[in-house]
Design a protein around this ligand. Structure first.
Ligand code: TEU
Ligand code: CA
Length: 556
């Protein structure tokens, strides 16, 4: 059965960095409302907003202190209602980010829990005792250090936090927690939102807390076995989703499943199971193995995409998540460096930005575009390592320094790989503050990309390419057609989409070099070209593509 989100083209808005409407340097809800025509012009139809609920902003809103209030930095409930109404008037859908796995330590539930085991909220969180000053187990947090933090006053009592220390994990084993979170989701769905992006839901269940990692616990696969994708996640998720969909059957559930393999993704999107309607996995981008001798950790060194492996990964996902299951298509989000920096060509930045977009989004699946990628933006820069305020950066810098790296080299690597430098204010124009804000923005990342105003005025811009690409994506062939890899040459990423008698061939030269390939007879009849980037030339038997060139070929 077709759902509205089968047609979704999703634009990820990072609210703090999108548009500041009241001159405090922080992007806000009214800023988004002011720019709604921008989305319809670009041709997207769904907005996913990163968290907007009240938060101390330890992790930019992923640390929620009140699930029923809008963060005052971003606006008021009235602003949010105005945004929904104005969006719906334009046919735009709104998807909110829902943080299920943890709260802020400032949340009244956690403040209650700190009172001790007799407090009704104690069991909303995960507690353990350490023995003789030892931590309950040896598991590591995603934000550095242990997952355990000491209770502020009670010795040997610890709470569990998979992310930052000020983001204690909720205890989903407790039915009251599950009910509370379902109530939150229903509150916002009643207000008229169209979907939820479920943050980090794969972590809702944890293994036995008194079990240590095996000695090779540094192996991420071993580590993930303790707190990711455990079987109990699925009933928790199903109960939550059923509790919302009972009242809101059209609500789109987009699960963030960072470490989900394709088979897990198939589980999470099992038809009629009331779990996710689609998931976003971070496993799309296999990188080339690193030199064994490298003493500097990988986290803040640019990694090269392994294109051959990537082709295989895409094939697996395309072939496994068959309709009625849905796939998502994306190159980046707020948790990783921008696609232009990770995958783009330094010699052909414009062409690679356009061709990478074509390559990804014309496949079968729902496009998810990270704000600013429609401009071909790369990661911005922060002026110092201290500006990142991130202990994992400090650890990396120490290791790199010990291995003889210069400070410049360290900073350059961190700028090119960190998530923070992918969150720069969107450059709207060449006016003061790039048209984002008249005052200094909340984040001091400098960003020198070509602004929206210039790109919208230039028919050759990356922006216009996206506009044409999304128009094509909305046709039945590119929304519903099936997908088949065409493995003709290593430098060529090619696939066909077929629907009934219609077939299109998408060809992308993923290299900095001009290449020629012999094409199968079926394609040797001077097909029609659309969405051409760079130089694409076809004779009866051969196809020649300039560096980072691409096109969509059809036979009329
Ligand atoms: O990220 C969660 C996330 O990416 C983890 O689930 C992942 O498994 C881990 O980082 C290993 O790569 C989400 C948000 O996208 C992120 O911005 C937040 O910081 C995080 O949740 C905590 O809410
Ligand atoms: Ca503001």
């Amino acid at each position: 059965m077709a759902a509205w989100y089968d047609q979704a083209i999703i634009y990820q808005v990072y609210p703090k960095s999108f548009k500041d409407s009241n001159g405090d340097g922080i992007g806000d809800l009214t800023g988004i409302t002011e720019k709604l025509d921008y989305f319809t012009q670009l041709g997207v139809n769904t907005l996913w907003l990163n968290p907007i609920f009240r938060s101390p902003q330890v992790d930019n809103g992923y640390d929620v202190s009140d699930f029923y209030a809008i963060d005052p930095q971003l606006g008021t409930l009235a602003d949010f209602k105005a945004l929904i109404e104005a969006a719906h008037r334009r046919g735009l859908r709104i998807v909110l980010d829902m943080v299920l796995n943890h709260t802020s330590d400032q949340h009244p539930w956690f403040q209650g829990a700190l009172q001790g085991p007799k407090n009704p909220y104690y069991n909303y969180y995960i507690w353990a005792h350490g023995a003789d000053g030892q931590l309950p187990n040896n598991w590591g947090s995603f934000f550095g250090g242990s997952v355990w933090a000491q209770h502020p006053t009670v010795a040997d009592r610890y709470y569990f936090h998979l992310f930052e220390r000020r983001m204690p994990d909720l205890n989903w084993h407790n039915p009251q927690v599950r009910q509370e979170m379902t109530k939150v989701a229903n509150y916002w769905a009643d207000l008229g939102i169209d979907g939820l992006r479920l943050d980090a839901f794969i972590h809702l269940a944890k293994a036995d807390l008194h079990q240590n990692y095996p000695s090779d616990g540094a192996d991420p696969v071993v580590a993930e076995g303790m707190f990711a994708n455990l079987p109990a996640v699925q009933p928790y998720l199903a109960e939550f989703v059923a509790g919302v969909k009972a009242n809101h059957p059209d609500l789109f559930i987009l699960g963030e499943a960072a470490s989900a393999t394709v088979n897990l993704a198939a589980d999470y999107t099992r038809p009629a199971a009331n779990m996710a309607d689609a998931v976003i996995s971070f496993r799309y981008f296999p990188t080339k193995p690193r030199a064994k001798r490298d003493a500097v950790p990988a986290d803040y060194q640019p990694q090269r995409l392994d294109w051959l492996a990537f082709r295989q990964v895409m094939t697996d996902w395309q072939q496994t998540l068959l309709p009625p299951r849905r796939l998502t298509l994306y190159w980046g989000n707020h948790d990783m460096a921008r696609v232009a920096t990770r995958m783009g060509s330094h010699r052909y930045p414009q062409q690679s930005a356009k061709s990478l977009a074509t390559l990804m989004y014309l496949q079968r699946g729902l496009p998810v575009l990270y704000y600013g990628d429609e401009l071909g933006l790369s990661n911005g820069t922060l002026a110092s390592l201290a500006a990142f305020g991130d202990p994992t950066v400090t650890a990396f810098a120490n290791a790199a320094k010990a291995a003889g790296w210069s400070s410049e080299r360290i900073l350059e690597n961190v700028n090119a790989t960190h998530k923070l430098t992918a969150r720069a204010p969107l450059p709207w124009s060449d006016d003061i503050g790039h048209g984002f804000s008249k005052v200094a923005p909340w984040l001091a990342v400098s960003q020198d990309g070509t602004p929206v105003s210039k790109q919208m005025a230039d028919p050759d811009s990356v922006w216009h390419h996206y506009q044409q690409l999304f128009a094509l994506k909305q046709t039945p062939l590119f929304t519903r057609g099936n997908w088949q890899l065409q493995n003709w040459a290593p430098w060529l990423y090619a696939y066909t989409r077929t629907l009934g008698v219609e077939t299109a061939l998408v060809v992308v030269n993923i290299s900095d070099t001009r290449h020629t390939v012999t094409v199968p007879r079926a394609w040797a009849q001077a097909p029609v070209q659309q969405l051409t980037v760079g130089a694409v030339h076809q004779t009866a038997a051969e196809l020649t593509l300039g560096p980072w060139s691409s096109a969509v070929l059809t036979i009329k």
